[in-house]
Design a protein around this ligand. Structure first.
Ligand SMILES: Nc1nc2c(c(=O)[nH]1)N[C@H]1C(S)=C(S)[C@@H](COP(=O)(O)OP(=O)(O)OC[C@H]3O[C@@H](n4cnc5c(=O)[nH]c(N)nc54)[C@H](O)[C@@H]3O)O[C@H]1N2
Ligand SMILES: Nc1nc2c(c(=O)[nH]1)N[C@H]1C(S)=C(S)[C@@H](COP(=O)(O)OP(=O)(O)OC[C@H]3O[C@@H](n4cnc5c(=O)[nH]c(N)nc54)[C@H](O)[C@@H]3O)O[C@H]1N2
Ligand code: SF4
Ligand SMILES: [Mo]
Length: 706
């Protein structure tokens, strides 16, 4: 293999890449796929084109500060950092430490995520830190912790799926969101055992065509009922694994009672999925669990709901009833999203968490981390606010008055985004670290230009809980700085009582010590062993060999048993839905070509040419009622309020339920899906309800259109 061995900057599949220097073309390196178990040499369009952003003309390569007339102008690092430090001091002197907030990202390396969490608690002494992973993994994390006592996305190597006879994939569109993942579903497909649950006939649902499996298309936000129905069949038909349940779990009785009212015909009425398909799916899963192997996987489609934690719990319950988690015959997993969505949720960016996935309220955890940091335990703040709540306090009297953003573009990606933008504008001070002027960076008083993936060293933890090395292949632009250096300089200006190393390996050494003994223990992992090509799945205590497969002997609760937790459906489902002809459930999600808020991929010409604007996917029958033709402009609003609104063109498609419309969320301004999503959250996880919003769809006049 020629070139520097590293991984793709984008999603959690972390496909293996090799970067070779290039002197022609738009990028300073040529990208090629490299053999790695998750991707086996494959890359998607985003990965192939990722290096084009390294020398992009719009890249921010000097610090920017807002001048008296309100414009951003270039500044020296001394001036820009001095401004951040003096604003932090001034605001904290008047309003107290919690008036300064930090918003992190699941794309940050472990080293950056760790140092950012330490910076918030030690240099800023604020409890107000959370991150965009709250929008992504929090429901699955809460459900995993509740059932298993630990949260690792896939508790087994992804390649275990290669042997699966059946896979139930709920609310995940891997064919677009992680294309090289699809190869791991081949065996299940070949045997007709792939079951995809999605209100749309997504690219992934289409993988079930021609006898490769089944596509179940429930109404949005009825998955919990569907899962109760599947469990009902398993219980009623005597398909449960009684021996496993007796040996390895608690809570069976209450779950049996909770699924009793959900016989398939009733579930059909609530979800729209035919009763015979529900029976057949449950029987198929149970047969594979008994005689071969069977996996149940969830994605954002079932997790990003105000009852996402309970929905994931219902999926885990089904897996436990079939005796799967921790067995050699399958398991349950969630598909982590961002590049370091896993590691980013383990080392202290979460409001309630210290490094190593420790609880910030646990006295022993606080004492351990305080010792590593060399600060008094009492100086570490308590739990802060989850992302949506934190954003709600922006610019409020007793809320966050200054915000530092590292690796998120909340103006596009947070729910009820126009309210978030108003909040940012109310702030006394906003600083954003980014390499592009994202929609959020445009609102900032100070923008600090940072390094991109191929310019830095560090580690990432992929969707399997495997720790990987990110490696430097090109020189950064002279004006950009590493985030570690920025945090170090700011900590010094703020006279922080602990050290903030600028060398990634030194930060990792500290992270090892801080995580030691915690649930996500990295203490046995070193750069040297990763560079030697060793596999490193956490927990990896010193002296161990790491943990590719969790739960083989025991679950992480004190008694070693998994918990079945009875959950109830909070909605009546389909039957009670739409009173008006122009009313729909808006589902949101992703396109293959764009990544998240689009701050990066909208700047790659081949990707943007392929998908330059969002299209509202709508069924032709529904469109005809509204007199909307393919490509016509439509206005999407919440019932009862004309603003905010989304204006976009339609795309007529029979691949969606007639009661549902779909929008990708990758676009800004009036095309931003999050203009109309609501900031309603799951009471357990803080996850916003991204995936279903009741909306009105109307034809829009051309002159209304942007
Ligand atoms: N191309 C691309 N790939 C990405 C990303 C990206 O932005 N672009 N982001 C990465 C990240 S951070 C993440 S989190 C992952 C997300 O990966 P996925 O979870 O696969 O992505 P989504 O498109 O958000 O949602 C998946 C599916 O859920 C369906 N859905 C919507 N509502 C419901 C519902 O109520 N029930 C059910 N069953 N399904 C529903 C949608 O129709 C959609 O097809 O992708 C990662 N990979
Ligand atoms: N309606 C709707 N909304 C959603 C979702 C949905 O399905 N529907 N999905 C949600 C999910 S799952 C997620 S994960 C979020 C993500 O949403 P965002 O937080 O908006 O994610 P990105 O677009 O990746 O934003 C990352 C920003 O940080 C910059 N960046 C990248 N790497 C670094 C780095 O190392 N350091 C710094 N300082 N900056 C960096 C990028 O240029 C970009 O501007 O969106 C959520 N929003
Ligand atoms: S699937 Fe994910 S990790 Fe792989 S190339 Fe595409 S964006 Fe990158
Ligand atoms: Mo995500």
């Amino acid at each position: 293999m020629a070139g520097t061995a590293t991984h793709c900057p984008y999603c959690s599949l972390q496909c293996g890449m090799a970067l070779a220097p290039s002197s022609d073309g738009p990028a300073p390196v040529n990208v090629s796929g490299r053999d790695f178990p998750t991707s086996r040499g494959g890359l998607c369009r985003k990965g192939w084109t990722a290096a084009e952003l390294l020398r992009h003309p719009e890249r921010v390569t000097e610090p920017l500060v807002r001048d008296e007339r309100g414009a951003l102008r270039t500044a020296t690092w001394d001036e820009a950092l001095g401004r951040v430090a003096s604003e932090v001091r001034r605001i904290q002197a008047v309003h107290g430490p919690d008036a300064v907030g930090v918003f992190g990202g699941g794309g940050l390396t472990n080293e950056k995520a760790y140092l950012l969490g330490k910076f918030a608690r030690v240099a800023l002494a604020t409890s107000r830190i959370d991150y965009n992973g709250r929008f992504c993994m929090s429901s699955a994390a809460a459900a995993g912790n509740r059932a298993f006592g630990i949260d690792r996305g896939l508790p087994f190597p992804l390649t275990d799926l290669d042997a699966a006879d059946a896979v139930l994939l709920l609310g995940s569109n891997v064919a677009e969101t992680m294309p090289p993942f699809v190869q791991h579903l081949e065996r299940a497909r070949a045997g007709g055992g792939l079951i995809v649950v999605d209100p749309r006939r997504s690219a992934t649902a289409q993988l079930t065509d021609d006898g490769a499996g089944r596509h179940l298309a429930p109404a949005p936000h009825t998955d919990l009922i569907l899962l109760l129905g599947l469990a009902h069949v398993v219980v009623n038909d005597g398909l449960l694994d009684s021996h496993y349940l007796a040996q390895r779990t608690r809570g069976l009785e209450s779950v049996i009672l909770s699924v009793a009212p959900w016989w398939p015909e009733r579930v059909q009425g609530a979800t729209g999925v035919p009763a015979e398909l529900i029976r057949a799916a449950a029987q198929r899963l149970a047969k594979s669990a008994r005689t071969g192997s069977c996996y149940i996987l969830t994605g954002r489609g079932v997790e990003q709901h105000a009852d996402g934690t309970d929905t994931v719990t219902a999926a885990i319950n089904l897996a436990l009833l079939l005796g799967l988690p921790g067995s050699a015959r399958g398991g349950y997993g969630t598909l982590t999203g961002q590049g370091n969505g896993q590691g980013g949720r383990e080392h202290g960016q979460k409001a309630d968490q210290l490094p190593g996935y420790r609880k910030i309220t646990d006295p022993a955890a606080r004492a351990h981390v305080a010792e590593v940091w060399g600060v008094p335990e009492a100086s570490i703040p308590g739990p802060g606010l989850p992302a949506v709540e934190l954003l709600r306090t922006l610019g409020m009297d007793d809320g966050v008055r200054a915000l530092l953003v590292h690796g998120a573009n909340v103006v596009v990606s947070a729910p009820d985004a126009s309210t978030v933008r108003e909040g940012l504008r109310r702030l006394d001070f906003l600083a954003v670290c980014d390499f592009f002027l994202s929609e959020t960076a445009r609102e900032a008083d100070v923008v600090l230009p940072v390094l991109q993936w191929a310019e830095e060293e560090g580690t990432m933890t992929n969707l399997e809980g495997r720790v990987l090395r990110r490696r430097r292949a090109v020189e950064p632009p002279p004006g950009a700085r590493s985030e570690l250096w920025i945090l170090n300089r700011l900590a010094e200006l703020l006279e922080a009582p602990s050290s903030f190393p600028t060398d990634p390996q030194a930060v990792f050494e500290e992270l090892r010590a801080a995580s030691s003994g915690g649930p996500a223990d990295y203490s046995g992992i070193s750069y040297q062993m990763l560079d030697a090509g060793e596999e490193a799945y956490w927990p990896y205590p010193q002296g161990s060999r790491g943990t590719p497969r969790l739960f083989r002997e025991r679950f992480a609760h004190d008694d070693g048993r998994a918990r079945l937790v009875a959950v109830r459906a909070s909605t009546g489902g389909w039957a009670s839905a739409r009173p008006r002809l122009d009313e729909f459930q808006l589902a949101t999600g992703r396109l293959l070509e764009h990544y998240q808020s689009g701050a990066q991929t909208r700047r790659v010409s081949t990707l943007n040419d392929a998908q330059p604007e969002p299209r509202l996917q709508i069924h032709p029958a529904a469109a005809e009622r509204l007199r909307l033709e393919d490509g016509a402009w439509a206005r999407v609003t919440r019932p009862g309020s004309a603003v905010p609104e989304v204006l976009c063109r339609t795309e007529l498609s029979v691949g969606i339920r007639p009661d549902t419309v779909f929008l990708p969320f990758h676009f800004p301004g009036l095309a931003a899906a999050n203009q109309v999503t609501e900031a309603r959250t799951d009471p357990i996880s803080g996850m916003p309800e991204f995936k279903t919003t009741r909306v009105l769809v109307q034809p829009a006049m051309r002159e209304d259109s942007p």
